[in-house]
Design a protein around this ligand. Structure first.
Ligand code: SAM
Ligand code: SF4
Length: 326
């Protein structure tokens, strides 16, 4: 079992399958982003070896992310092998949805259980502006395909950016009236690559909730206010689905954190918003034994930082968001 020195049991691994992406969201990466050569990324057998090792350490919950995980070659087979790994209890994916129309069914059949799809607005023009060239229709078709394939409950993520989509939260939330989806509004976090926009155009969860309550009346808090993952979840009276807010910046949930992240280039990152990482891929390629790798993970987890330092002005600048995986 992987414990940190504060007594948190770390058993949730988010794996970035690639830093490459078919979009260029303004809050995530610069337009002229350059990606790592494939040889620097974990190869399929390296991902699977590490997953087996993490599962042996009690990691039972896995989320595939990126970059855009669906652009990774062979993603369906990789999912199939991961889903069949003993100890992997939960396997989900965060995706921009662009390729889901084609991939939702094969991924579900391979053992993927759920998806979170990112959709920041229902206005096609604004969507293009936020993603720099994405097509809203592709993502919409992807969401419907995910639901049809049984990748449920469908969760939708929206990062709220002032000057881009802060008014769109109402239309997005309205989706939950007709659909049993969970729409989660995320506070934009600062990293390298788009730091200025991320800091100056962040919209707080409090503001999002105020906009929703102005439109729908008082929201009902669900789960007695307990977090669902990282989201505080509400219900619009009479709606089928739920709305959530992820207030990573203004109301950090570090005390309840159970996660670690594996970057596409094989570094174990113990906190999304702290620069510290443990290189696993270099020792793996240099012939480290499984026991040596396990020890690197256990030591890394033990030293997992308590929480992020955004309130003190500490911003992680060694990677852009898409390189870590969200
Ligand atoms: N490409 C996939 C996608 O967009 O869903 C997966 C990777 S993306 C980095 C994971 C999540 O992080 C997405 O929901 C995205 O909207 C969110 N995200 C990206 N940049 C962010 C930022 N600066 N602050 C908060 N969330 C961010
Ligand atoms: Fe790509 Fe996701 Fe980043 Fe958008 S948020 S650029 S889709 S990795």
């Amino acid at each position: 079992m992987a414990l940190d020195r504060f007594g948190r049991h770390i058993h949730y691994l988010r794996i970035s399958l690639t830093d490459h992406c078919n979009l260029r969201c303004v809050y995530c990466m610069p337009e002229d982003m350059t990606f790592r050569p494939n040889a620097e990324l974990m190869q399929d057998e390296e991902v699977l070896l590490l997953v087996r090792m993490f599962a042996g350490l009690g990691f039972d919950k896995y989320r595939l992310t990126g970059g855009e995980p669906t652009v990774r070659a062979n993603v369906v087979e990789l999912v199939r092998a991961m889903a069949a790994t003993p100890g992997v209890r939960s396997l989900s994916m965060t995706t921009n949805g662009v390729l889901l129309k084609r991939l939702a069914r094969p991924l579900a059949e391979a053992g993927l259980q759920r998806v979170n799809v990112s959709i920041d607005t229902l206005d096609a023009e604004k969507f293009r502006r936020l993603t720099r060239w994405g097509s809203l229709e592709d993502v919409w078709q992807g969401i419907l395909a995910a639901e049809e394939a049984g990748l449920e409950p469908v969760k939708l993520n929206a990062v709220v950016v002032r000057g881009y989509n802060e008014r769109d939260v109402v239309d997005l939330a309205r989706l939950t009236v007709e659909h049993p989806w969970q729409l989660r509004f995320i506070e934009m976090m600062p990293f390298a690559g788009a730091t200025e926009l991320q800091q100056s155009q962040m919209v707080t969860a409090e503001e999002v909730l105020a906009r929703l309550e102005a439109a729908f009346g008082p929201l009902e808090l669900t789960r007695n206010g307990d977090l669902d993952g990282e989201a505080r979840v509400y219900h619009i009276p009479g709606a089928q689905g739920e709305v959530g807010v992820i207030a990573s910046v203004t109301q950090p949930f570090c005390a309840a954190c159970t996660r670690a992240r594996l970057t596409a280039d094989g570094r174990l990152r113990l906190c999304l918003l702290r620069e510290g990482e443990v290189d696993l891929l270099t020792p793996l390629r240099a012939g480290a034994t499984l026991e040596e790798l396990r020890q690197l993970v256990l030591d890394g987890v033990w030293h997992k930082p308590w929480g992020h330092g955004l309130a003190e002005g500490v911003i992680p600048l060694n990677r852009v968001m898409s390189e870590i995986g969200g």
